[in-house]
Design a protein around this ligand. Structure first.
Ligand code: KMH
Ligand code: ZN
Length: 277
């Protein structure tokens, strides 16, 4: 089995300090958290930005500051910026991180519209194509976010159109209220619904984060953890840090005989452009 790629999503757009006081918000705090997670075993950092008040923003300048701080603290980690932002944002503002002067290595690309709690996470096909083309122009590799099974079909359609290139890297996001629930059956269904050999990661919300991560390790998938999706370590006990969640995945992988990938190994496994340089 391939080595395990661990992604950390330390902040997200929705989590607040009321949910977990250790949530990193400002560029320096995010960079500190990412560095600790890199130390613990993470190879990829999925990044969201917050403004000075801690509210979600897609401002290019804030992402540029986060990328610079992360690269200073841990130069080899794979950077991935969110183009999902928050459900209440306009489509235009969400593409901000793709315009940073020194762009991230990867960016998220949600391949369809779904309910997101009481909101609608809007991703019309024309907008997905526009984001994907801009990523290609700027040398950014997309990660396809799959909140609903139909999003796989859309990604494969875009591949057929030549808008997405091989390999497509899938991230199955399970358990968002209103979207596809987290269960072993659903994860297996998604993993079996993509073309053989394409890398996939699982992200699960709240208490499902741990069991879905364990299942992905066994199935040969990859794993994302972090406060964007889950702030708990166990029932009634908040995680002390993002790194604590990463370290637990490393321990489970080791117990199950799955080695953890370094960023350089992850670049090869994910087929990133920098891997061939
Ligand atoms: N915050 C969600 C509405 C992504 O980062 O691309 C979208 C999201 C996905 O988090
Ligand atoms: Zn995100």
């Amino acid at each position: 089995m391939d080595k395990l790629v661990i992604t950390v999503a330390p902040t997200g757009a929705e989590t607040t300090r009321a949910d977990n006081p250790a949530l990193p918000l400002q560029p320096g705090e995010i960079a500190e958290a990412v560095a600790a997670c890199r130390e613990a075993g993470a190879a990829v950092a999925h990044l969201h930005a917050r403004d000075a008040e801690g509210h979600a923003t897609q401002a290019m300048e804030t992402y540029a500051a986060i990328l610079a701080a992360v690269r200073r603290r841990c130069p080899d980690i794979i950077t991935m910026c969110s183009t999902g932002g928050a459900a209440w944002m306009t489509l235009e503002e969400r593409s901000g991180p793709l315009e940073t002067p020194d762009p991230p290595e990867m960016a998220s690309l949600t391949c369809g519209t779904c309910n997101f709690g009481d909101e609608v996470f809007s991703n019309p096909l024309a907008f997905i194509r526009q984001l994907a083309r801009r990523m290609a122009e700027r040398g950014i590799s997309p990660e396809v976010e799959v909140f609903e099974p139909g999003m796989i079909a859309t990604a494969l359609l875009l591949q057929k159109e030549g808008v997405l290139q091989d390999p497509i890297r899938f991230n199955f996001v399970l358990g968002v209220p209103g979207a596809f629930p987290a269960s072993p059956k659903n994860l297996l269904f998604l993993a079996e619904s993509i073309p053989a050999g394409m890398p996939w990661t699982v992200t699960a919300i709240g208490r499902q984060q741990l069991p879905m991560a364990a299942l992905a390790i066994v199935l040969g998938g990859h794993v994302r953890v972090g406060f964007e999706d889950n702030v708990w370590y166990s029932k009634g006990r908040l995680a002390a840090s993002n790194a604590e969640l990463v370290a637990r995945v490393v321990r489970i992988a080791e117990e199950l005989g799955r080695e953890v990938a370094t960023p350089a190994e992850a670049r090869r496994l994910l087929g990133l452009a920098m891997a061939s340089k």
